[in-house]
Design a protein around this ligand. Structure first.
Ligand SMILES: C[S@@+](CC[C@H](N)C(=O)[O-])C[C@H]1O[C@@H](n2cnc3c(N)ncnc32)[C@H](O)[C@@H]1O
Length: 362
């Protein structure tokens, strides 16, 4: 880890993000999560259907005068983000229809490579009170790496597991932040007008970091990024210009409990040991001629001494043989074949781990 970064770890830097980003060394950050001003351009009061005032985003930090001013500011902080990101790091930028197209255009011009645009779909979005447009029920997150060549982190298996063992998609249904999770000030009002739900940050951070990585948020607000990073045993660096938000974020993060679970430590991402079926035969884990079955217990073929499978018609590798029987172009044979011990069918994949553990002991 870069030594000059140590003093910033798990702290919040107060002040303008462009000035503070300049303090961060080149190529030192694993992940950036940025939730910049939207420049909502809301004029006048928004009224609920019962006539009550709706409190949207009217904060002074969301005010700009021209698109040129907004774009110049965006380009400055995004340029700094690209400088501080590790070559294999990545960045999430969230925005609404008012700003996300401008941000995406600037990011592509700076050389960022877009990996996904995620739709954060809000089942409990604020209605369009006047009935003058469709209800605006989503925001967009751009997930990008610094260049097309970046070997970014994506914890595919972890996210698939969390999605009921189905490949996760680019539309995320997550409620806006309400109830106990919403920070309140002393008068009981929302402490921050745009506090993001922790579930959103949980998915972004868990999918694109390793434990102990450094996650930087240049628009820290109420500290959602820091709270989730701590919970997942990742380091955070926040930048925020409003003292009142910094205080709220510090208090919030202090109360967060670290969840040091196998899932958060990415146990599902561990690559299986590199072992082949011939090694398993040569070391006696499987027999020459061993009968192999599919998961239904149907006989498929016999292993031969070079580790291939003979099904009576073809002699193929475990991968090609499994693909043939599944009618697929490719398949991983380790996930397909079982052998029999007594009355039990056992996945051949288990033997890879036993074999490599034994090798490591010797
Ligand atoms: C959209 S909010 C971020 C909310 C945050 N994601 C959360 O969950 O609470 C943007 C934040 O950026 C801060 N901000 C705006 N301009 C800034 C700047 N130039 N430098 C640092 N912070 C800034 C605002 O004070 C505000 O808290």
């Amino acid at each position: 880890m870069n030594k000059s970064l140590d003093k910033f770890l798990n702290t919040i830097l107060e002040g303008d993000c462009v000035t503070n980003l300049a303090l961060i060394p080149d190529n030192s950050i694993d992940l950036i999560f940025a939730d910049p001003p939207y420049w909502m351009q809301t004029e006048g009061e928004l009224l609920r259907t019962n006539g009550a005032k709706f409190n949207g985003v009217e904060d002074h930090w969301d005010k700009f005068n021209t698109y040129k001013e907004y774009d110049e500011f965006s380009e400055k902080w995004l340029k700094e983000c690209r400088r501080i990101l590790k070559p294999n790091g990545s960045i999430w930028v969230i925005g609404s229809f008012q700003n996300i197209y401008r941000l995406g255009y600037i990011m592509q011009n700076l050389g960022f490579w877009i990996l996904n645009d995620i739709i954060w779909s809000k089942p409990n979005a604020v209605p369009n009170f006047g009935g003058t447009r469709y209800q605006n029920s989503h925001e967009t997150l751009l997930w990008c790496c610094p260049s097309q060549k970046s070997k970014y982190t994506f914890n595919y298996k972890t996210m698939k597991h969390l999605n009921g063992d189905k490949q996760d998609k680019s539309v995320w249904d997550i409620s806006i932040c309400i109830g106990g999770e919403r920070l309140k000030d002393e008068s009981g009002k929302k402490a921050h007008s745009t506090q993001k739900p922790e579930k959103l940050l949980y998915k972004a951070i868990l999918s694109t970091t390793q434990p102990n990585d450094i996650v930087l948020d240049p628009f820290f607000g109420s500290g959602t990024t820091g709270a989730v990073a701590k919970r997942l045993s990742r380091n955070y660096i926040g930048i925020e210009m409003e003292q009142k938000y910094i205080e709220a974020a510090k208090k919030r993060i202090e109360e967060v409990k670290i969840e040091n679970t196998d899932l958060h430590n990415l146990s599902l991402e561990v690559k299986p040991p590199r072992v082949n079926t011939k090694q398993l035969i040569d070391s006696g884990y499987l027999k020459n001629g061993e009968s192999l079955y599919n998961k239904k217990g149907e006989f498929i073929g016999n292993l031969i001494s070079n580790g291939y499978v003979n099904d009576g018609t073809d002699i193929l590798s475990i991968h090609k043989m499994s693909a043939k029987h599944l009618n697929l172009p490719n398949n991983n044979g380790w996930d397909y074949f079982f052998y029999k011990r007594g009355n039990e069918f056992v996945p051949i994949s288990n033997l890879r781990y036993e074999y490599s553990e034994k090798q490591n002991e010797q």
